[in-house]
Design a protein around this ligand. Structure first.
Ligand SMILES: [Fe+2]
Length: 291
């Protein structure tokens, strides 16, 4: 696993700036689904890959679906990983496919023994297909089932049974803590830190309108269209010692600011790490393998 890496989500809005300026980050993360066609986006990706490692953050394998993961979906992910020598691969604890229908949302699942078996079967299938351990991201959920086990226990058991790792999205934890009145610090402490292989930081929106039922809080939406919130930075700071060697990715998926604003957020992450005693060097880290 890579060490001391701070990177950005790579979106087409930044191709030109990245190539023109080779910014001081250690890696970029992409959604592989954007590169499954043979189109021109590979022109950009090949150039960027020559300077930076790429992390693959899948959104379509749907490990929470009752059906097995289609072999062709795994095969195209493996082909992309092989093409770019990018074997740091993650997915979400969610489902987004029913039969041949793919949804644009990452939908929640109940945390039951039956769904645990299903997710583990699908994770194993993915890992066998791509030939590497994958990381599973903790989701943002807007409804909660009367599940039989807490999410942290569910994730821990998936790691134990399949050997997969965790992608810890700090923003998702914060959003769930506000929307559902949960303890974000306790959530992080309940997970096996040694399984965490990557950190996500992103922005969210606070919805206007009525307060959440029975509370003085308003609903938060996992929008990825704003700067990382100060509370999310604080949560990351409080727990950085649990996973000091994980790559940290700043995610932005809409309302794209100038690249410099994202680089400023990467610098905040670097400063937090330095304050905690972990010093990063983007120039040397850039050449490190992500696999
Ligand atoms: Fe994320």
């Amino acid at each position: 696993m890579a060490h001391e890496m701070i990177g950005l989500g790579l979106r087409p809005a930044y191709y030109d700036d990245v190539l023109a300026s080779t910014p001081p980050v250690s890696c970029f993360e992409i959604h592989p689904e954007n590169y499954y066609s043979a189109g021109g986006t590979h022109f950009w990706l090949e150039k960027i890959r020559s300077d930076y490692p790429l992390l693959l953050h899948s959104v379509s394998l749907s490990p929470g679906s009752a059906e097995c993961v289609p072999a062709e979906d795994i095969a195209r992910l493996k082909a992309l990983a092989d093409r770019y020598q990018s074997y740091h691969i993650s997915e979400h604890l969610a489902w987004s496919r029913l039969g041949q229908t793919y949804f644009h949302d990452l939908l929640p699942l109940p945390y039951t023994p039956e769904s645990l078996e299903t997710v583990c079967r699908n994770i194993q299938q993915i890992q066998e297909g791509v030939g590497v351990q994958i990381l599973l991201e903790n989701p943002t959920v807007y409804i909660r089932f009367q599940e039989s086990m807490p999410e942290t226990e569910f994730l821990t058991e998936i790691c134990r049974r399949t050997g997969c790792g965790l992608l810890l999205d700090i923003n998702n934890i914060y959003i769930n803590s506000i929307n559902h009145g949960l303890d974000a610090d306790a959530y992080i402490k309940a997970l096996p830190a040694e399984c965490v292989g990557e950190i996500h930081l992103a922005g969210h929106q606070r919805q206007d309108g009525e307060m959440l039922e029975g509370s003085d809080r308003r609903l938060l939406i996992d929008s990825h269209d704003a700067a990382v919130a100060s509370d999310v930075w604080s949560l990351y700071s409080r727990h950085i010692q649990c996973f000091p060697e994980c790559p940290v990715i700043i995610e932005r998926d809409s309302n794209f600011p100038p690249l410099d604003e994202l680089l400023a957020e990467a610098e905040i992450a670097r400063t937090i790490r330095a304050r905690a005693g972990y010093v990063d060097n983007p120039e040397t880290d850039k050449s490190r393998s992500c696999a």
